[in-house]
Design a protein around this ligand. Structure first.
Ligand code: ATP
Length: 316
């Protein structure tokens, strides 16, 4: 590994296909050990970004680096350090699970390919099915074969293109758990997804692209707060009584309030900073709190962003 610095960097990366601009000078840095989710509508440039980082496509402008290695100049060094799960992993359907993963272990020239294959299959929970042809597996299990193939050489950086696309809720949850485990073991993960609830749970930060431009970058909480305002909902076990009301109204960080019989919605100056004190004030006033949550989720924030005119657009 070269020096310190982010695991993945894009500096003003631009890419066109004919007249169509797929990426406009994208700047992005993914810190080591971070899970960053690339979100955006179809055609917004997510796969293009991943393919450039995977050395499968060259940028027309700018530079991209993985662990400080340039994706164009040092493509071989980059390939050694990345695990890639493409949008449509091309698996050999007639060959066994084991053979599919072994092929990649051999291609990477690993010292103990058989051991690496065993470990990768154990990690994705497919050891028992290693002798079955891939064609006989469900889509969820095929995606796990694709993940095993991507991690067989234990790469520090993972590039995953819609890893849970088309999976049922249980298979998607299993995939989410595997990705979380990989990050816990130190991998840096850049993943494309349309599953916003999953991104909200899994990703340290999300980047939202639209028409090849980066519109938002931050933690799911920051993105939500920036687009939906700093509104939190507090649910109480009983009714909102006068002391609870006074506790909220006397808190200087409160900008706006909405009252329901046993719930309070509050707009704060800064939800992240002010929520703990709001809760403390309510508890001191005798309120019995059942739940405190931000109003709206990442999906609502995303839809709000997509409903806004693009910066610089004539429709603005
Ligand atoms: N090989 C290609 N040839 C021509 N145009 C392409 C090619 N690959 C991508 N594009 C175009 O570049 C733009 C960005 O595509 P990209 O696949 O990166 O989007 P995406 O955000 O990954 O979309 P999706 O969510 O549908 O996977 C689109 O307009 C797409 O049509």
């Amino acid at each position: 590994m070269k020096g310190a610095g982010p695991a993945i960097e894009c500096d003003a990366v631009a890419r066109r296909f004919g007249d169509r601009v797929a990426l406009h000078r994208l700047d992005l840095a993914v810190e080591r050990g971070e899970i960053l989710g690339l979100l955006g509508p179809n055609g917004s440039g997510k796969t293009t970004t991943l393919r450039i980082l995977a050395t499968l496509l060259q940028p027309h402008e700018g530079a991209a680096r993985v662990l400080q290695w340039d994706v164009v100049r040092d493509a071989m060094e980059v390939r050694r350090r990345i695990g890639v799960m493409p949008e449509r992993p091309s698996l050999y359907e007639r060959q066994t699970v084991e053979a599919n993963v072994s092929f990649w272990a051999e291609a990477h020239g690993l010292a103990d390919p058989a051991g690496a294959v065993r470990e990768a299959l154990r990690f994705v929970g497919l050891e028992d099915r290693r002798r079955e042809p891939v064609g006989s597996l469900s889509k969820g299990l095929k995606q796990r074969v694709a993940l095993a193939r991507a991690i067989v050489h234990r790469p520090p950086v993972l590039l995953l293109d819609e890893p849970s696309s088309g999976l049922d809720p249980s298979a998607a949850a299993a995939m989410e758990g595997l990705i979380r485990d990989l990050a816990r073991d130190g991998a840096t993960v850049l993943l494309n997804t349309h599953r916003l609830a999953e991104a909200e749970r899994l990703c340290d930060r999300v980047a939202i692209l639209r028409e090849g431009r980066l519109l938002r970058l931050g933690t799911p909480r920051q993105v939500r707060a920036a687009l939906l305002g700093h509104i939190v909902e507090v649910e109480l076990a009983g009714i909102v009584d006068a002391p609870a009301r006074r506790a909220v109204e006397s808190f200087p960080a409160v900008r706006e309030t909405w009252w329901a019989p046993s719930a309070i919605r509050v707009r704060l100056i800064d939800a992240e900073r002010d929520t703990p004190e709001l809760v403390a004030r309510l508890v001191s006033a005798g309120a019995r709190i059942i739940a405190v949550r931000p109003a709206g989720d990442l999906e609502r924030a995303y839809l709000e962003l997509m409903s806004q005119p693009l910066p610089g657009s004539l429709a603005a």
